[in-house]
Design a protein around this ligand. Structure first.
Ligand code: GRF
Length: 187
């Protein structure tokens, strides 16, 4: 039986990581299949993209846990709110997030979007990248599964750095998800 993966998008995200995950599952349906795309509200741009793919979609409102019922794994992809502890607990070591910096650097509450990349530039970093990690009760704190690095270039803006990191995210997230599913299957 393929593993059923729920993807939780945010109110603002474009959904590009969601698309990368859906594409990867499309290539390896014997391992993982999309179960549902969950958005917190009807205004999510990613939700509109999801609806063009044929995947089931739902709007969670405040009942995220209910919306995830029946999923085996959960991938947060642009979800900006803190996941309630009881929802985290329902998916022990099976809820993932991606963050556009090399955690533990430049993570935490309020660190999302271009703010992350501006913080990297302000800190004078020469290397950035992305991190896929397990979700726990704190922002951006769970066990790190995989990181991918890229250079920070002298003339980078937050926008150019974000674009470079985003291409890494699209490879890293499906890789980390499939590696985790396959590792769990062998235990
Ligand atoms: C990504 O940068 C991801 O790292 C962060 O939110 C952004 C979502 O972008 N968690 P998209 O909606 O997947 O394009």
């Amino acid at each position: 039986m393929p593993t059923k993966v729920a993807i939780v998008v945010g109110t603002k995200g474009r959904g590009s990581n969601m698309v990368a995950l859906l594409s990867a599952m499309g290539r390896r349906p014997e391992v993982a299949v999309p179960y549902v795309v969950v958005a917190p509200s009807a205004e999510s741009p990613a939700l509109a993209v999801a609806r063009t793919t044929g995947v089931r979609t739902t709007i969670s409102g405040v009942d995220l846990r209910g919306a995830l019922e029946g999923a085996d794994y959960v991938c947060l992809a642009g979800y900006l709110r803190l996941v309630p502890p009881e929802t985290v607990a329902a998916f022990p070591n099976r809820m993932l997030n991606i963050h556009p910096s090399l955690l533990p650097a430049h993570g935490g509450q309020g660190m999302y979007g271009l703010r992350v990349h501006q913080a990297v530039l302000d800190a004078g970093e020469t290397v950035s990248g992305c991190t896929v990690h397990l979700v726990d009760e704190a922002y951006d704190r769970g066990e790190i599964l995989l990181r991918r690095e890229c250079p920070v270039l002298p003339d980078d803006t937050a926008e150019t750095l974000a674009a470079r990191v985003l291409t890494l995210e699209h490879e890293a997230y499906p890789t980390a998800l499939f590696d985790l599913i396959e590792a769990d299957a062998h235990h």
